[in-house]
Design a binder for this molecule. Structure first.
Ligand code: PRP
Length: 206
């Protein structure tokens, strides 16, 4: 299943990202802003737990998200600003990292770094800004399932219809929260209109 955020604020932020004149700092900042909105949507049904806290008015009991049960996994490197936004909100969540590189000639994705622990009983929030062919996200989901993730939801800034179809057909149990579904992929497997290479734009890579 997948959900697209239809909101004027999201649209404004996404279209700001399309502007090639914004610098890397503003690009990362805007990615973080969109990520918070994606997280808001992803946690709509999150289970809550009661905790006793000392307030100005004595000890009280309030409900909080069970952050300890959440693992936040990023697909390096373009996801790093998104990762930062999520763990700044869910401060008790565990972090994990995967590095998956898309071969520029074959367009196939290759896993070359895995720093994710066992995910038994955990909900995994998998972040990657771009879903083009869906290959990288699919590989990441397979890695997380092999680590016994109880549930997986993805946060994505832009996704192509082709990439979404691939994930949905291979992993129908995974929930995708997408800020904007763009038109299509071009022959080089870039999302149109897209943002260009999000990793390069976030980190001034030439
Ligand atoms: C980008 C992006 C995704 C992947 C999407 O990463 O961050 O991980 O491409 O493409 P796909 O859906 O066709 O797999 P890239 O491989 O450019 O690496 P980077 O994050 O280091 O820039």
């Amino acid at each position: 299943m997948y959900r697209e955020l239809h909101h004027p604020l999201v649209q404004t932020l996404i279209n700001s990202l399309r502007d090639n004149s914004i610098d890397a700092f503003v690009f990362r900042h805007t990615i973080k802003e969109v990520t918070k909105l994606l997280l808001y949507e992803a946690l709509r049904e999150a289970p809550l737990t009661s905790k006793k806290v000392l307030t100005w008015n004595g000890e009280k009991e309030y409900a909080y998200i069970k952050e300890d049960d959440i693992v936040v996994v990023s697909v390096l490197r373009a996801a790093l600003p998104m990762h930062e936004a999520v763990i700044n909100t869910l401060r008790a969540a565990v972090s994990g990292f995967l590095a998956i590189k898309r071969d520029e000639v074959t367009h196939k994705s290759v896993l070359y770094y895995d720093r994710v622990g066992d995910c038994s009983g955990k909900k995994v929030i998998l972040v990657d800004p771009m879903v083009a062919t869906g290959g990288s996200l699919c590989d990441a989901i397979e890695v997380l399932k092999a680590k016994n993730a109880q549930a997986i939801c993805t946060l994505n800034i832009i996704a192509s219809p082709e990439g979404i179809s691939k994930i949905q057909s291979m992993h129908p149990d995974v929930e995708m929260i997408i800020a904007k579904i763009d038109e299509k992929l071009n022959d080089d497997m870039f999302i149109i209109p897209g943002l260009g290479d999000a990793g390069d734009r976030a980190y001034n890579t030439v």
